[in-house]
Design a protein around this ligand. Structure first.
Ligand code: ZN
Length: 338
């Protein structure tokens, strides 16, 4: 049988569909400084970023403002809180590092860090940051289930503040960087330090950075969230999250719909003197495309961990899901009100 279009007259009124644009011809946006039309008009909370000096922090906030961000949960050192508060007011919500100076003296470590938790909570900090990735585990001998942290976790709980923990890195880093079994445990095994603490401190709210450090395995994250009601995930680390979620948009969308009450929008932007406005804005732009748009685009962010070109595939999340991820979950998790 002949193809139905084979004998169609050339002057047919109905225009044939244009051929699909080959993927290679998709281009990254050349304008990351402008937000795409927003699907919902709500303020956003960036649940994971890093503040530093005033000028780069101002630039980071300026970029976020272009995308509707109203609050930034900023990771800082305790001594920097006062100055940042004076300059930025309540636009910054502080997430503070512990002090490991006296890690070898457990009593002093606990005493000083309990005092730190109380003091920063008194200044309005809403979270304590733990950076427990393989290189830190190896260098410090500290894991997230270390008994030296028990009293610190109790103090955090008593203050009704929360924890952010970075547990694992991309799979490719385990192949390339953490490949010495004498120094580093495998990625699957390192989650023990997280689950032990989630289980032992069920009242402690813990958000696990970068899609729980395992956007490669949404089934693993699903088990984690199903098992531990006190576990939340942030969506920060734009390149990594996009690289892993975009190739499986249907699975990613289903995951976001199912866990919309436990996911916090975040970027992991770091305010650095060397970065321009474009750098900060590109992350917000890509996050917006990922959550709100349909279709795909070449990512405007270069990614040396990717095997080739990275495409951002829009998940087209519904408004009620966006609302939760963008600010409602963060309000609840950090006990803040916009
Ligand atoms: Zn971070």
């Amino acid at each position: 049988m002949a193809h139905p279009a084979a004998g169609a007259p050339k002057t047919a009124m109905k225009m044939p569909k244009p051929p699909e644009r080959p993927r290679e011809q998709l281009l990254p946006t050349d304008d990351v400084l402008h937000s795409l039309p927003r699907k919902i008009n709500v303020p956003l909370i960036d649940a994971h970023c890093h503040a530093s000096f005033i000028r780069p922090t101002s630039l980071m906030l300026k970029a976020g403002s272009l995308f509707g961000v109203a609050r930034w949960v900023a990771i800082v050192r305790a001594p920097h809180i006062d100055q940042l508060r004076r300059h930025f007011g309540d636009r910054l919500i502080f997430n503070v590092w512990l002090d490991y100076t006296h890690a070898e003296d457990p009593r002093r470590f606990a005493r000083e860090n309990i005092a730190l938790v109380k003091s920063v909570a008194g200044k309005g900090a809403r979270c304590i940051k733990f950076w427990y990735k393989p290189e830190f585990n190896h260098r410090s001998g500290f894991y997230f289930d270390d008994w030296r942290l028990d009293d610190v976790f109790r103090a955090i709980n008593d203050q009704d503040i929360s924890c952010l923990v970075h547990i694992a890195d991309p799979d490719v880093w385990y192949k390339r960087v953490y490949n010495d079994p004498e120094k580093f445990e495998p990625k699957w095994a390192t989650y023990r330090q997280l689950t032990n603490t989630l289980g032992r401190f069920p009242g402690l709210r813990i958000v696990v950075a970068h899609m729980g450090g395992d956007p490669e395995r949404l089934d693993h994250l699903d088990r984690l969230l199903s098992t531990y009601p006190n576990c939340y995930l942030d969506t920060s680390a734009t390149k990594w999250v996009v690289r892993e979620l975009s190739p499986k948009p249907a699975e990613a969308r289903e995951f976001f719909l199912k866990w919309s009450h436990r996911l916090l929008f975040g970027t992991d932007l770091v305010a650095r003197k060397t970065e321009g406005l474009d750098h900060y804005a590109s992350r917000y732009w890509v996050h917006q495309f990922l959550y709100e748009q349909t279709g795909e685009i070449v990512s405007p962010i270069p990614d040396s961990d990717a095997p080739g070109q990275v495409y951002v595939r829009g998940l087209d999340l519904p408004p009620n899901v966006l609302e939760r991820i963008y600010y409602k979950n963060s309000e609840k998790f950090f006990r803040v009100k916009l």
